[in-house]
Design a protein around this ligand. Structure first.
Ligand code: HEC
Length: 184
């Protein structure tokens, strides 16, 4: 008798579950996390185009992972203020930072500035670009801060590298540039 009750109970439960099924919408979600994203909703509906989606803009004030907001503006005054910045990187890791900075320098900068920073990279030798200075150029008197500033914003025919490197990498390259300047 007891087992008959159990069988009836299981059967009834099954009947209830099946009876509630509605094929027009998602049904029981035993593990809702698998259906409903818990992280970020990166797309949203477009108002004026029904059934279309577009990527959402990041919330105002968002900061990309790995990037820190840069406080100085791309103006002559901003550049002068950047002159006083010192590298925030751990000086006990200087060797590793210079190694990484050197790798990145050879990827992004060497083509114009030359492997030793004298301003005679391949593009200059082949007369594809003009006016690339030596890092030792006294009139420019570059510091690790102005180098970071220049990588951040670019300067005339030199583009910005802020979209290729994160903040730490830009400092590593800046430290490497200063090490080249010392040897020129
Ligand atoms: C396409 C060629 C090119 C590349 C690549 C390039 N630069 Fe330059 N760079 C220039 C030119 C040209 C100038 C001079 C711009 C001017 O004064 O008008 C310059 C100037 C500079 C200066 C001097 C800025 C000052 O204060 O006067 C620094 C420092 C510098 N670049 C660093 C770098 C670093 C670091 C990279 C790599 C991340 C890099 N450059 C990549 C062409 C380049």
């Amino acid at each position: 008798m007891n087992s008959l009750k159990k069988i009836i109970f299981v059967f009834a439960l099954f009947a209830v579950l099946v009876a509630c099924q509605d094929n027009s919408k998602p049904n029981y979600q035993y593990m809702p996390n698998m259906y409903e994203p818990v992280g970020y909703e990166t797309y949203e509906k477009v108002d004026f185009l029904p059934s279309s989606m577009e990527a959402r803009l990041p919330a105002e004030g968002s900061v990309n992972r790995g990037w820190l907001p840069y406080r100085y503006e791309n103006t002559p005054e901003g550049k002068e203020l950047s002159r006083l910045m010192t590298s925030p990187l751990d000086s006990s890791q200087s060797e590793a930072n210079l190694l990484k900075g050197g790798e990145l320098y050879n990827i992004y900068c060497m083509i114009c500035h030359g492997s030793n920073g004298n301003g005679k990279g391949w593009l200059v030798e082949r007369e594809k670009i003009l006016g690339v200075p030596s890092y030792a150029d006294a009139a420019r008197n570059i510091t690790v801060g102005t180098t970071f500033h220049t990588i951040q914003y670019g300067l005339n025919s030199m583009g910005s590298y802020a979209s290729q490197m994160n903040t730490e990498e830009m400092w590593q390259v800046s430290e490497y540039v200063m090490s080249l300047k010392e040897k020129l």
